[in-house]
Design a protein around this ligand. Structure first.
Ligand SMILES: [Ca+2]
Ligand SMILES: [Ca+2]
Length: 470
């Protein structure tokens, strides 16, 4: 306190500088004194040592800390503030870099920091790779790569450069596609940042751009060091700058896909076609199938182009994504070739898998994002068939043969009931495709008279009568 008092005296009588209290910086306002001390007016100083300069001349001066500041805002091209951006401040001083993060308003500040130094501000935001990403972004990216586009923001071009090599090509399409279907885990960068004052000479070729801001010879408060943040891969612009990984805003109307509910058998290979009443309007699709036992071998084109698609499977899930259509006439949207791991109806083996990236279709010129439902149609001509023949001989004395025909191999149950409805015989065995026979001996039945014999095969039941005589 004593020191401050003497400084104040010094100020009052010499009109060189002013201050309010200890540890607060002093600003020199006397030009002559500034010149004699070889410092600039903008320089901020504290006094150290004892006494006052006016009285003893023994005081020393050194640049003070805490008199400058650097701040700014970080927001999207749609003026939405971006929260939790990591901002690094580099300087040649000790204890640098300094770090902070943007708040809910997208604002950051470094204060107090020392004046007269040069600073470099660099924002980053990682670990947010899937935010705003779905197949519609691949579709838009493919359009950007393969067709001339107009009125596209330079920030969208920057978002489209998935691998950060400052050019757009099929590699970017494939890398984004692979992220969606799970063939790769991360992007090189989740978000990139551009100096908000960046001017683009060619908006369709915005590289290189300023991804950091320099402040030279900081002089007090440097505000407005703003950046525009761009979510890499989010061409549709739905990345949520406050939250991670929000799904696309989706239509309430769903799109139906249909496929035939065939019976598939273990280790056999099937090609399954999917249909839709909106066949001609669907421009892209991402499909997440959960399953209990299929192996997807190949995707075939229908309306959706197999050349513009990829799939990936892990345990009990298949992720597939189509980002383009063919110009061919087709009744099917697409087909997949699968190998069955076990027997069963398709409808019992695959389902719409609940994933944070939903199964969705992109419909119409406006690319409406629609949830997708999968339906299974029944076609009896393809369902397994069972034909039961009359036993022979009939009536019979010692033994008789029951014959039946199957459309394909599978387990069969054979039951014989007496005329009062009591089960007197049961056997199950593996039937073969085509004709099958089963011999029944007299001693396997309990009395003479009328019997009912029933053959059951995959839910189909056929019954006939036979007569055991003396
Ligand atoms: Ca998106
Ligand atoms: Ca690229």
């Amino acid at each position: 306190m004593k020191f401050v008092f003497s400084v104040l005296l010094f100020l009052c009588f010499n009109a060189i500088a002013f201050c309010s209290e200890e540890n607060t910086c002093l600003e020199y306002i006397d030009i002559e004194t500034i010149a004699s001390l070889s410092i600039k007016k903008s320089h901020y100083f504290t006094l150290t040592g004892s006494g006052t300069m006016a009285e003893t001349g023994s005081g020393t001066m050194s640049p003070c800390t805490g008199s400058g500041s650097i701040s700014g805002s970080i927001y999207t091209q749609f003026n939405e503030p971006i929260k939790s951006v990591h901002v690094e401040l580099q300087s040649s001083q000790d204890n640098y870099p300094l770090n902070t993060t943007t708040d809910i308003e997208g604002e950051y500040a470094f204060s107090p920091i020392e004046n007269e130094f040069n600073y470099l501000i660099t924002p980053t935001k990682d670990g947010d790779d899937f935010n705003g990403i779905s197949t519609i972004d691949v579709l838009l990216l493919a359009n950007l790569v393969f067709r001339p586009q107009f009125n596209i923001s330079p920030y969208t071009y920057i978002a489209a450069d998935i691998n950060q090599d400052q050019q757009l090509n099929i590699t970017d399409v494939v890398e984004l596609l692979y992220l969606i279907i799970g063939k790769r885990d991360t992007l090189q960068e989740s978000w990139v940042f551009v100096d908000a004052n960046q001017q683009f000479i060619d908006e369709s070729n915005p590289w290189p751009y300023l991804d950091m801001i320099t402040v030279n010879e900081l002089d007090g408060a440097s505000n407005g060091n703003d950046f525009i943040g761009i979510k890499v891969g989010d061409l549709s612009g739905n990345a949520n700058p406050w939250l991670n990984a929000e799904a696309e805003t989706r239509s309430q109307v769903s799109t139906q896909l249909y496929t035939e509910d065939i019976y598939i058998k273990q280790d056999k290979i099937y090609t399954i076609s999917f249909y839709s009443e909106e066949l001609d309007d669907i421009k892209g699709l991402q499909l997440f199938l959960g399953h209990t036992g299929i192996d997807v071998l190949e995707i075939h084109s229908g309306i959706l182009d197999a050349e513009k698609a990829a799939f990936h499977q892990s345990d009990q899930t298949v992720f597939a994504s189509w980002y383009g259509v063919t110009d061919m006439e087709s009744a099917a949207l697409f087909s997949i070739t699968i190998r069955a791991d076990k027997d069963g109806f398709l409808s019992d083996q695959i389902h719409n898998y609940k994933h944070w990236l939903a199964t969705e279709a992109y419909v119409g010129q406006s690319l409406d994002v629609r949830p997708v439902e999968i339906g299974f149609t029944k076609n009896n001509t393809i369902s397994p068939e069972l034909t039961l023949g009359q036993n022979s001989p009939n009536p019979f004395l010692t033994q008789t043969e029951i014959s039946y025909t199957l459309s394909e191999e599978g387990q069969v149950g054979i039951d014989i009931f007496d005329d009062s409805g009591r089960l007197v015989f049961h056997k199950s065995h593996d039937g073969v495709s085509g004709n099958n026979t089963l011999l029944v001996n007299r001693d396997e039945l309990n009395k003479t008279g009328l019997y009912y014999y029933t053959v059951t095969f995959r839910g189909k039941v056929k019954t006939k009568t036979m007569l055991l005589i003396d």
